[in-house]
Design a protein around this ligand. Structure first.
Ligand SMILES: [Zn+2]
Length: 201
């Protein structure tokens, strides 16, 4: 049976690189994959960008409210029509931005459509609270796998601290709004608590 895999990690843990590598592994064997990404803003950012320099355009984008199962089945039909071959795997980047109901559809794609789904994303936001999509994945995915990265102190990073204009901030919206220089640093629990003054969420 096909499965839903949630591969999660802090920022800069190489999730997009791992996704593109997985896509390459399928394609090397002559199999077709679909690359997907949530559409979180109106900028139409449909690029899957690896920090190692590889970039690919997503085949489909899931907008808020989209019926993910329907979008996938339409893409599957289109690929079959155009190439005569079926889809071997659905790969989703930035999966934390999907709605919980859309994550349920990822499970349906695996179980009912028989296509494995590899979903890559961040577990928690800068306040250490789970993204709704990630929470749902932690609940329903067949397989959970952590992609690891290192904190500045050398320990494993688990949190994503936000900086605005160069300073750590611990309040604000889950998804940062444009207008300021917003960056993220992956921190271990100890370094996060040191920066937040002991605060969590
Ligand atoms: Zn640390």
């Amino acid at each position: 049976m096909a499965k839903l895999y949630f591969r999660y990690g802090a920022m800069n843990s190489g999730k997009s690189t791992a996704l593109l590598q997985a896509a390459y592994n399928y394609e090397e064997r002559g199999q077709r994959v679909v690359l997907a990404k949530p559409r979180v803003d109106t900028k139409g950012d449909d690029q899957i960008v690896s920090r190692l320099g590889v970039t690919r355009t997503a085949d489909v984008a899931f907008a808020p409210g989209d019926d993910v199962l329907e979008v996938f089945c339409a893409e599957r039909a289109r690929v079959r029509e155009a190439t005569g071959s079926d889809i071997a795997c659905l790969l989703v980047d930035e999966v934390q931005f999907l709605e919980p109901e859309q994550v349920d559809d990822l499970l349906r794609i695996a179980i009912l459509e028989g296509v494995p789904v590899l979903a890559y994303g961040i577990r928690t936001d800068f306040r250490t609270t789970a993204f709704p999509g990630s929470r749902r994945l932690l609940e329903v995915a067949h397989s959970l796998e952590e992609l690891k990265t290192i904190c500045r102190c050398g320990r494993k990073a688990v949190f994503n601290a936000r900086t605005v204009d160069g300073r750590f901030v611990f309040d604000g919206d889950q998804v940062a709004i444009d207008g300021h220089e917003v960056t993220y640093e992956s921190l271990c629990g100890a370094c996060y608590l040191a920066e937040s003054g002991g605060r969590l969420s």
